[in-house]
Every structure is written in structure tokens, then in C-alpha cells.
Design a protein around this ligand. Sequence first.
Ligand SMILES: [Mn+2]
Length: 238
Amino acid sequence: MSRSLFISDLHLDPRRPQHTAALRDFCATKLQQGYKLYILGDLFEVWLGDDMGLMHYADVVELLRQQHDRGVEVFIQKGNRDFLLGKDFFQATGAQCLADESLIEINQQQILLLHGDSLCTDDVDYQAFKQLVRSSAWQADFLALSAAERINRAQQYRQQSQTMTASKSDDIMDVNADAVAAAMASHGVKFLIHGHTHRPMVHQADGITRIVLGDWQGHFDYLLWPDNDTWHFLRQPI
Ligand SMILES: [Mn+2]
């Protein structure tokens, strides 16, 4: 019997090897041939292009490749930190790229998968920034920069983002209820799984289920969904 597992927001960083170790342990103990692993964005703390990323994250790339090679299907959605994941990354890992809005079905249940940043519509500055950096013109320009220049730019963006985030209320940083309803209605689904907000929770009301996966600080929450069984929202220490 197969099963699907969902994680997000690992923010893997060579400076925090314990998170990569936790992913390695997760893969070794929770995954088997025929299982599906869904990573719903921000697998990496920052991805500045495949040329740099494949080098800096060679251990993670190898780990994902091993899962693929032993018959685990790995699906990866781009987050706001690793939206520059490109075809070389997917080729190297054997993982499949999930569209920003992806529909899957488990046990006749239609499920919408999102990273979650698109739901934070109250954060107007961020949505403007996202529109810029998701344009192919911006990405081509950025990827043409030297590694040192890309690191510099990323640090500047990060500092600007931290300055702006510090002055924003908690509500602005969370999902907008209307955006959630609109996204689900546009796909005709009653089940949504996303990450990004780092507020792990199962929200259930009016026949609608929204599961928010958490980040990997000290522990992480993952969704386990076996075929022919109901889902389980579980917590794992790091
Ligand atoms: Mn995110």
C-alpha cells in the first residue's frame, strides 16, 4: 500500500546541518519504494541559481537523488526562498516540479497544494516583490550575475524584507481568508495543504479543511496520508 507524505519550509542551510540530518533520517525511516514525498516550498533557505545551488547543496541533491533511485516519487514546489530552482536541479535530483498551484487526488479527495505565499495578499509589498522576481526578464538578469553579485543582492533583499517585516502586524503576515476561499473555489476543492506561514495547524470549518505545515525549528509537522486510509498530522522532533 502506498502513502503520501507532505513537508515544507525546511529552509535547509549548510550552516544548520541538523536540519539536513533530520531530512536524511525522515527519508530513511518514513519513506519506502512507491511512496510519494511532497515538499511544498522553501526546501532551501536560499537558492540563487542551479549552478550555485547544486554545489552548495550537493548533499541534499544526493539525498533526493537516492530517494528517486529507490523508487520514491519526490515532488517539489517552489517557495519564496527557492523560486529559482531550475531544470538542472530537477534533472540532478529526479524530483518532479510541482506547479505553483497543483491539484492531486488521494482516496477520491481532491487536494490543492500551494506554497502559501500567494494567500498572504494583505502583504502588499511582498506581492509586488514576488511579481517582479517571478518575471522571466528579472530572472534572466539575475542569473547572469556573478555568484558574488547574486549573494550580495540576495542579502540586500533579505535585509529590506526583514526591515519591512518588523513593522508589519502578525495578521498581515498570515493568509487572507478571502484569498484562501478564492483559491479553493477556483479549483473547486474543499481540501488545501500549504506551508509558508510557519503556523502549523489543521483548520476545519464548514466542510473545508486547510492544513498548514510547519517549519523545521526544533521539530516539524508533517502530513501522512496512506492510500485507503485517512490522513494523520504528525510531529517529529529534530
Ligand atoms: Mn515561504
